[in-house]
Design a protein around this ligand. Structure first.
Ligand SMILES: [Zn+2]
Length: 92
């Protein structure tokens, strides 16, 4: 465990959150059992505005949810940033 490279997964903005949850951020918080306090991108102090869809750099298409600020959630798909691996919550 530690910091790993992740990238945004694009084309997810219109994906509905699971029916039991009000949003992807709510999904993340319930799965982790804690409130998101900041954007999870390393060294970002932004607010956790959304539950962003990310993939691990170099891994196949497996999607994870990570609390991100709007800025990090809008980064291009090929821009890698670091996040704490332990805080990735698998979509499935
Ligand atoms: Zn951020």
């Amino acid at each position: 465990m530690g910091f790993i490279d992740v990238k945004n997964k694009k084309g997810t903005a219109d994906k509905n959150s699971p029916v039991e949850y009000s949003s992807w951020l709510d999904f993340w918080e319930k799965k982790k059992g804690k409130k998101a306090s900041t954007c999870e991108a390393m060294r970002c102090n932004g607010k956790p505005d959304v539950g962003g869809h990310v993939i691990k750099s170099g891994e196949g298409g497996k999607e994870y949810i990570l609390p991100l600020c709007y800025s990090h959630n809008n980064k291009p798909e090929d821009e890698v940033f670091k996040a704490w691996e332990d805080d990735l919550v698998s979509v499935k």
